[in-house]
Design a binder for this molecule. Sequence first.
Ligand code: ADP
Ligand code: MG
Length: 255
Amino acid sequence: MQQKSEQTNMKDGKMYPIEIKNLSVTYRTEPALWNIDLNFPEGKMIAIVGPNGAGKSTLIKAVMGLVPITAGKVSIYGKSYSKQRSKVAYVPQRGSVDWDFPTDALDVVEMGLYGKLGWLRRPNSNTKKKARECLEKVGLGDYADRQIGQLSGGQQQRVFVARSLAQDPEIYLMDEPLNGVDAVTEDTILSILENLRKEGKTIVMVHHDLQTVDKYFDWVVLLNRNLIASGPIKEVFTKENLDTAYQEKYRVSFR
Ligand code: ADP
Ligand code: MG
């Protein structure tokens, strides 16, 4: 019998951006994630798909140690998240953010840079400049001084994307950034992500719209507490797998 290797998985001599081994997360009694084994490939647009309560947000949070892991292990390029946090940026689900917080758009973006400042923790003209550039990239150059609570939902989402860009990470973890946003925001975010992918960055996005999965993504992770399937869209985004994930017949047009 072959012994299971304890070594870090590698592909062509390179480490995976994210490696998840036997991960389980239990908040109270019921597990939200059960025994997930998963490697995320580098330089791909990856969708995490599954019904409400499937553990999609939990999976993203577990990668960053934001929820207690009951069992298993997560590695970022072969090391713990705490050693690699500068390589990872997170765009939280919009509903989970307190928009009454009294801060303007530029501040939100600049805060993304604090982790990079090292011992000299005070923001300076460089961080302001960088933050402004990132706001311009998401089409919000004129909104720098606007209180975030006064921005539209789509604009708020773009501010958080700008914040992640300012961090200049290798891996973007995004929780439903396209949910309920206007068309301008969707197009802006998608074209930014397309450029990031061309630069070899890895984008992991919780995505709710099954109709656009094969259009936007290279790779899909189907989740429903258990891992249903993970792989290239063509191999994995099948009716059978969707039926298993959603426990019902799901209408999606397949190419
Ligand atoms: P999804 O993002 O796929 O909708 P979540 O990861 O948010 O799913 O939640 C998975 C399950 O864990 C759900 O049953 C949810 O109610 C539960 N859950 C999520 N966060 C918490 C928490 N902080 N405390 C207790 N239960 C939670
Ligand atoms: Mg969620």
